[in-house]
Design a protein around this ligand. Sequence first.
Ligand code: AMP
Length: 286
Amino acid sequence: MRIIRTVRSMKRWSTDSQLRGDKIGFIPTMGALHAGHQSLLQRARRTCDRVVASLFVNPLQFGPAEDLTQYPRKLKQDIALCRQEGVDLLFIPSSQEIYPDDFQTIVMVAELSQRWEGQERPTHFQGVGTIVTKLLNLVRPHRAFFGQKDYQQALLVQRLVKDLSLPVKIVMCPTIRENDGLALSSRNTYLSREQREQATVLYSALKAGKAAIKKGMRSAGQICQIMKRLITNKHIMTIDYLAVCHPLTLEPLTSINGQVILLGALRLGNIRLIDNLLVHAPQDCS
Ligand code: AMP
């Protein structure tokens, strides 16, 4: 496995691969890799000639009060895992390499970046849009793999790729979970033992919402009530949002018909958990 740390070498590598006609699969990450990331690496390995992963904790997507300096960094383990998964090239640029002092450009997806996570983290998605655009331009992959775990992020990347006519296919891969349903996340290491136990309530709430839809409930308001009711006084947490949304625009719905996405975000102390479930509600024929 080759490791590249500079923009210049990265560009040279992708030009050479393009000339060879290799089909490149790309997985951008912030490191502290876990089985969720691993599933993306494996999907790329199965479907592409060359697999490129990146490790970059992107300062632009963290708000001033967020956890940029504490974000888990496990470089040695990450390199070993990428090697084990058959990654061909690991791109590990420094912040200065990506954002030199004279850097001024921001990529923002106007509407999608304002909703849900965007309400809680106002500059987050312009950070995501900018880094993803830059990395796609450097790596020039045929396919880039993103997790459904961050559904709004994957949707936003699909939108920007379409709007800017970038020549890449964005593949959204399923969320990998712990046995008790908690979605894997690099930030789960922040949870105390008690918080870790409580954290499963988010997925339980989403599943309760899904079960109600499957039983025929079609009022989004009622579904939200069902999801909220599960988060009781014994859970020391705040609900940032629990919503029933259109799966492409993420607009909140009032009534349910066809495919919907259930989105949830909770706060335990200053640790945020997000999760989602896609649900198909059979069309109402009445
Ligand atoms: P991150 O390192 O958090 O920026 O995540 C890098 C990629 O891994 C993103 O596309 C995430 O959506 C994806 N990812 C993170 N957690 C999971 C998970 N539990 N299951 C599947 N994909 C995930």
